[in-house]
Write a protein that binds this ligand. Sequence first.
Ligand code: ZN
Length: 455
Amino acid sequence: MIKVKRFEFNTTRANCYVVSDETKECVIIDPCAEETYEREKFIQYIHDEGLKPVRCLLTHGHYDHLLSCDQVRDEFGLLPEVHHRDKLWMDRIEMRIEEVFGEGGFKYDIVKPEHFLQDYEVITFGSHYLITLHTPGHSPGSVVFYCEKEYIAFTGDTLFRQSIGRSNLLFGHDEALMSSLEYITSKLPNDCIIYPGHDLESTIGFEKENNPYLKKHLVVLTGAGISAESGLSTFRGKDGMWNNKEWEYLASHEALYNDTQRSLDFYNYRRKRLSEVEPNHAHGVLAELEKEYRVSIITQNVDDLHERAGSTNVLHLHGEMRKVTGSKNPNDPKCITEKPLEEPIFVGEKAADGSQLRPFIVTFGENVPNITQAERIIDTADIFVIIGTSLTVYPANMLINPYLKIPRYIIDPSDIDRSNFSEFDPIFHVISEFDHIKTTAVEGIDILKEKLKAL
Ligand SMILES: [Zn+2]
């Protein structure tokens, strides 16, 4: 019977495990004690239990998982072992530690491996063995140590309880991480206990059900059409607000700064109007889909109907009507606050930086600060859906990644016009690949739901 002792060490709260069995032999995984009291506690445990460490294993080569390898070497004569593809990290480990602790700030020896682990290398201790499963992505040589006899896996920084490791560090790789996660969750049984590199243990089955990163990523771009059915007028189209030249002017950067009273009246009207409407069935279904998918909503809408329906991950391209900010630095987080929709914004009312309070809205003539973030979200989509906005005008036309081979849907009652695009533009062909659900958002959302089920 395996006994797993977990320690949480150093400022990153990394886990160090001592894995022993009835023979009293043990392996040490990720020795990462930093402070003296942490180091003492660790050694004390091994002595108190009468254990004999036989291997010192690293789940990967990041500095926060190997800070007390010197202690393991000095006390037990063991050198750390890491997968050979994390030699890349081992070659830079002094540099990395100096970066974090400052020059001379780390007072122990940095001990490097002499033996590197291979894929499927078997590590025996006592009457048990662990298999080394190569799971790159968080780092090139990240591994999972798996005990198939007792369904226990040490997943390092690849899979956490309800989260996953980062792939945006040096040598990280997003797609590799995703396929490693797929490998782990399909290879290991549901009742396998996972012991991650940070945070508490879990099981594969629990993670399959509850880890948002193991679900398919459904990215939904929504526009005015979805809010129209809640009673908010669309800004384009034949009944659109924007046909009214006066309103178009009042929503501009120019009016906000030179004709502030009238522009604020206009926004106060729209804020009040928003407080009177409710999310509709389409908003509701998108929120519900979070049970089965990791849903990212990117919206052109400034209303908060997605949030009110229960969606938890909404990126607003054009700002948020329920928020206010300062006129001087509208994107300064210190100035952005919520203000109840029924409360008007007055001329003379100040933001935190002392400038005139204004709605947190991207007006005509201002940049769209979140567009790059939106592109990044779309690049990781498994399924892409557009609701209530034209596919062929900004911003949707900017946000289609033509190189992804994924299912794409659009719910919109109007025809799709490809005439803006040359046939040499990669997007020209992608547009034809969209499954067009040619109806309103409220009616189309149930059709979409059925189609997603059939995927
Ligand atoms: Zn790491």
